[in-house]
Design a protein around this ligand. Structure first.
Ligand SMILES: Cc1cc2nc3c(=O)[nH]c(=O)nc-3n(C[C@H](O)[C@H](O)[C@H](O)COP(=O)(O)OP(=O)(O)OC[C@H]3O[C@@H](n4cnc5c(N)ncnc54)[C@H](O)[C@@H]3O)c2cc1C
Length: 372
């Protein structure tokens, strides 16, 4: 029986495992993940803003393994040997016939180790809880968010919602290195977000980066010192560290360039945030919809290769994107149409409820959204 190893049990990896287990009984599927849970990332900001219980965003991978029929290996991958067909973990190596890299992405500090030591991030539920704790602490009077991309904007809006609800007085400022916010987004949406941030009393300092940061102080590139400040770093992401050691073709975020079948080498696939899928000259966004459809597509192609059939081309369908800013403020592009206000916010939460893994999580999320 042929053996597939999927590195990463997030949206892409879980979908691939689910399709392989359901459709191809002659293939044994193993999912390796460094975490015990698959995390529902799009609702992380709401753990802060709407105080959604973090447990509703955590799907235990051993449970997923029982439900779908794959083998879950709880280990961190430190390397891959593509010649010997081995996945390397610190205490053990795993052989494979087919490899799927679905290891997602994490905050990128661009080598700034000092800032990495003190800054908060929003990569998983533990990070969201750490930010919540810090917001309650009296020691911080200022919150500096580095990066006015969609994550920075979402974090700022959700922190504001939390502070207002609990009547905590703290100032929020977003520092953005470039000349404008939400780089690459249409002008109308950028204006909407900037206006909303203004109404929320969240100033954005453009052309500004972080010079240094300690546990209590942040120094901006213009020399301004912000005391009693916590720094939240949302200035970009990069793919898993073990990919750095490979000489595969990758972009600056270390996403692996794949062909039309999501393949980067015979029998080896990359999907989700790990994959660089080009449409013309442009890379597909990192998003749940593409992670899930790529997971299904790679799994079907593995099944086809195993059954001596030709693979099928992955054809992405872009349903659009939404930037939720806590409450009824959101904006985005839905099926090619720009939308702002309560409607995109509602659509975002409906998408999250539909996509979340368990009924108990769906009900818990609905309850939290209605109550908060
Ligand atoms: C705060 C936030 C908000 C977001 N909001 C939205 C949104 O509203 N809509 C949207 O479409 N997208 C959103 N995204 C992006 C979306 O979540 C990602 O594009 C999506 O999760 C990618 O799926 P994936 O399976 O590739 O990676 P992930 O879901 O990140 O899964 C990767 C898995 O790989 C595991 N892994 C990583 N490295 C290793 C290793 N070395 N060894 C073993 N396991 C490893 C991780 O533990 C993880 O379980 C958001 C992301 C964040 C962080």
């Amino acid at each position: 029986m042929k053996k597939v190893i999927i590195i990463g049990g997030g949206f892409a990896g879980l979908k691939a495992a689910q399709v392989l287990c359901k459709r191809f009984k002659n293939i044994k599927t193993h999912v390796i993940d460094k975490n015990k849970n698959s995390i529902f990332l799009p609702l992380l900001p709401d753990v802060i803003g709407r105080e959604i219980n973090h447990k509703y965003l955590e799907y235990p991978l051993d449970q997923a393994a029982r439900v779908h029929g794959f083998n879950f290996i709880n280990r961190e991958v430190s390397g891959i040997d593509l010649e010997k067909k081995k996945v390397i973990c610190h205490d053990k190596n795993f052989d494979y016939d087919f490899l799927v890299i679905a290891a997602g992405s994490r905050t990128n500090f661009y080598g700034q180790e000092q800032i990495k030591k003190t800054a908060f991030t929003l990569d998983d539920t533990a990070d969201a809880l750490a930010i919540l704790e810090a917001l309650k602490a009296k020691s911080f009077e200022n919150i500096v968010i580095c990066g006015a991309g969609y994550t920075g904007v979402e974090i700022a809006a959700n922190i504001k919602a939390f502070l207002l609800k609990h009547r905590i007085r703290k100032k929020i400022i977003i520092a953005e290195k470039f000349q404008g916010i939400l780089s690459g987004m249409p002008g109308g949406l950028r204006k909407y977000v900037l206006d909303k941030l203004g109404q929320m009393d969240i100033p954005v300092s453009l052309n500004t980066s972080i010079r240094t940061a300690s546990e209590t102080e942040v120094v901006l590139s213009d020399g301004k010192v912000i005391e009693k400040a916590m720094l939240i770093w949302a200035a970009g992401v990069k793919c898993a560290d073990f990919l750095s050691g490979t000489n595969l073709e990758k972009n600056a975020q270390e996403r692996i360039k794949v062909d039309r079948f999501l393949c980067f080498k015979e029998g080896c696939f990359a999907i989700g945030d790990s994959a660089l899928v080009l449409r013309g000259q442009k890379a597909l966004r990192m998003s749940v919809q593409f992670a899930v459809t790529q997971g299904a597509s790679a799994a079907l192609n593995i099944g086809r290769i195993n059954n001596a059939k030709k693979e099928k081309i992955y054809k992405p369908v872009d349903l659009g994107y939404i930037i939720p800013m806590a409450g009824a403020n959101a904006c985005g592009n839905i099926l090619g149409i720009q939308a702002t206000g309560a409607m995109p916010a509602l659509m975002h939460y409906i998408m999250c409820i539909v996509r979340s893994w368990e009924t108990i999580s769906k009900l818990g999320i609905i309850r939290s959204l209605l109550v908060n």
